[in-house]
Design a protein around this ligand. Structure first.
Ligand code: BGC
Length: 272
C-alpha cells in the first residue's frame, strides 16, 4: 500500500498549460504525489520554470521539467512527447488542460476567433490524447506502478453541458471534449486505458477575472453557485490526482463536475 503522498510515484505525467491557473495547480498536485511532471507552456517560460522548480523541491520522488509546445500544432505535440519519453522513458498520465476563451456574440464572431478556440481547446486535446495512447500501447502494462495501461484526464468545463451565450466557440469546444473523451473510453478501455474528464465550474483564475475581481461581480457569480464560493485551482488539482491514481480504477468515460453545484440549475431554486 502506497503512502498518501506517493500515489503516483514512478509515473510520468504531461500537463498542458501548466504555468498558470488550473494547469499549475494540477501540475503541483500531481508532482506532490511523486510523479515526474512535464510542465507545458506556450508563453512566459519563467513561470513554467518556477512551477517545475517548486515541484522538484517539494517532491521526494518526482522530477519536473518545463517544455514549450503549442498544443494546436501537430509537430510541437509530437516533439513534446518525444522529449518526455527520451528523458523519463514513457508517459503514464496525460492531462490536456491548455485552453482559452475568445468571446464574442456569434453574429460578430470571426472565423479566426472560432478556429483559434477550437484549435487550442479541442484539436490540442485530440493531438495530446493521440500521442499519449500511442505511447501507452507501445510501452505496454507496468503493473508495478498502475493497474491501467495509461490514464487521460481531459480538462473540460461545465459548459460541455450548460450553453453559454456569447461564448459559442468555447462551449462548442467543451461539448466536443465530452464526446472525444467518451469515444476514447469506448475505443481504448479494452486496452486498459482510462479516459475521464474534469468539468470545472467558476474557478478563480485569470480566464474569468471579470467574474470575481469586484465584490459586486462575485455576488452575481455566487447566484450561479449553490455552494456559494468560487472554486480554487487546488479544488481541481485534488480531483485530477484522484482520477490519475488507481483509487479511481473503475471510473472510465466519466466527467467529474467540480463546480460547487453549478450544474444543478440554481436559477430554479425559487422559480419554475
Ligand atoms: C470558463 C470560466 C467561467 C466558468 C463558469 C469556465 O469553463 O472558462 O470563464 O467562469 O466556466 O461559467
Amino acid at each position: 500500500m502506497q503512502k498518501p503522498n506517493e500515489r503516483l510515484a514512478g509515473q510520468t505525467c504531461i500537463v498542458t498549460g501548466a504555468n498558470s491557473g488550473i494547469g499549475e495547480a494540477v501540475a503541483i498536485a500531481i508532482g506532490s504525489e511523486g510523479a515526474n511532471v512535464i510542465v507545458n507552456y506556450i508563453s512566459n517560460p519563467e513561470k513554467a520554470e518556477e512551477v517545475a522548480d517548486k515541484i522538484c523541491k517539494e517532491s521526494s520522488f518526482g522530477d519536473a521539467i518545463a517544455v514549450r509546445c503549442d498544443v494546436s500544432k501537430e509537430e510541437d505535440v509530437e516533439a513534446m512527447f518525444k522529449k518526455t519519453i527520451d528523458k523519463f522513458g514513457t508517459v503514464d498520465i496525460c492531462i490536456p488542460n491548455a485552453g482559452l476563451q475568445q468571446d464574442s456574440e456569434l453574429h460578430k464572431m470571426s472565423l479566426a476567433q472560432w478556429q483559434k478556440v477550437i484549435d487550442v481547446n479541442l484539436t490540442g486535446q485530440f493531438l495530446c490524447c493521440r500521442a499519449a495512447i500511442t505511447e501507452f500501447i507501445r510501452r505496454g502494462m507496468r503493473p508495478e506502478v498502475s493497474s491501467s495501461l495509461g490514464k487521460i484526464v481531459q480538462m473540460s468545463s461545465v459548459h460541455q453541458l450548460i450553453p453559454w451565450a456569447g461564448h459559442a466557440n468555447y462551449a462548442a469546444s467543451k461539448g466536443g471534449i465530452d464526446m472525444l473523451m467518451q469515444t476514447i473510453c469506448q475505443e481504448y478501455a479494452p486496452y486498459k486505458v482510462r479516459c475521464n474528464s474534469i468539468a470545472p465550474g467558476a474557478i478563480k483564475t485569470s480566464i474569468n477575472r471579470q467574474a470575481w475581481e469586484t465584490q459586486e461581480a462575485l455576488e452575481k457569480l455566487n447566484e450561479l453557485i449553490p455552494y456559494k464560493r468560487i472554486g480554487t485551482p487546488e479544488d481541481i488539482g485534488s480531483a485530477a490526482v484522484w482520477l490519475a491514481s488507481d483509487e479511481s480504477e473503475y471510473i472510465n468515460g466519466s466527467t467529474i463536475f467540480v463546480d460547487g453545484g453549478m450544474t444543478c440549475y440554481p436559477g430554479f431554486t425559487e422559480n419554475g
